[in-house]
Design a protein around this ligand. Sequence first.
Ligand SMILES: [Zn+2]
Length: 332
Amino acid sequence: MTSYKELGLVNTREMFAKAVAGGYAIPAFNFNTLEQMQAIVQAAVETKSPVIMQVSKGARNYANGTILRYMAQGAVEYAKELGCKNPQIVLHLDHGDSFELCKDCIDNGFSSVMFDGSALPYEENIRITKQVVEYAHAHDVTVEAELGVLAGVEDEVSSAVSHYTKPEEVVDFSTRSGCDSLAISIGTSHGAYKFTPEQCTRDPKTGRLVPPPLAFDILHEIEKKLPGFPIVLHGSSSVPQEEVDTINAHGGKLPDAVGIPEEQLREASKSAVCKINIDSDSRLAMTAAIRKHFDEKPGDFDPRQYLKPARENMKKMYIHKIVEVLGSNDKL
Ligand SMILES: [Zn+2]
């Protein structure tokens, strides 16, 4: 048993309370490589932002759960070395699909876990979320639950269609499950293809897809029913078109990749939405930089030569999100 407190990590309780009261959102960046971790920590330190480093089941399979835990511990020490006296870093399990997986993470240094029972029948979702909450709270670990289903594909999480969260269920669900935060479905989606061209309109000037707007009416109804309760948005990458263009210009093939416009995420950050999940944008920033590098310098074969610009590009993206979209800068 390793408590996250020994690793210098924090849970989300105080962080979320401040974010809801302050009208900003905490960035939740997925990571599974050293370069992503370094870029996340550098961005958080430079902007004085709290940060959630999250790990999916797929990331645990790819990078090994033990290694990721030591990387999170390393992230805390690295932040201090970069001059941050009091780093606020959460290690979070993204989309835990069983009590056993959540327990294993809690026993191994995670400070926050998500149990995603959104595909289960309502009562079953409450039952297992409650089981996770009881174990987690005994170890001062916070729990994110999910109601409503997001569309899209990301690691092992996939669904063809989305079902918006039903506002009439949120009070009953959060009270009976005891969860600390709630992921809702209001039209965000996983992956780099969040909407099909049929779901979008096309900007006649640029030819780019314009996605349908998020269901802010549902978000506001949920906020009214659960005043001050921390709300989470998954699948909230913006899929920056300049990164997609760079990828496509250097041998990639991502036609019609589309994300959530940043203005909408900016608006959501000012509400009870206090955690915004961003994964695809990091993948795109990394891939764009690497493709460009390989194209321009075909003789390079030292991984540091192409991973360094990849790391720089991710860091730039993380800083942009923190400062220009979520507003979590200068909060340490
Ligand atoms: Zn998700």
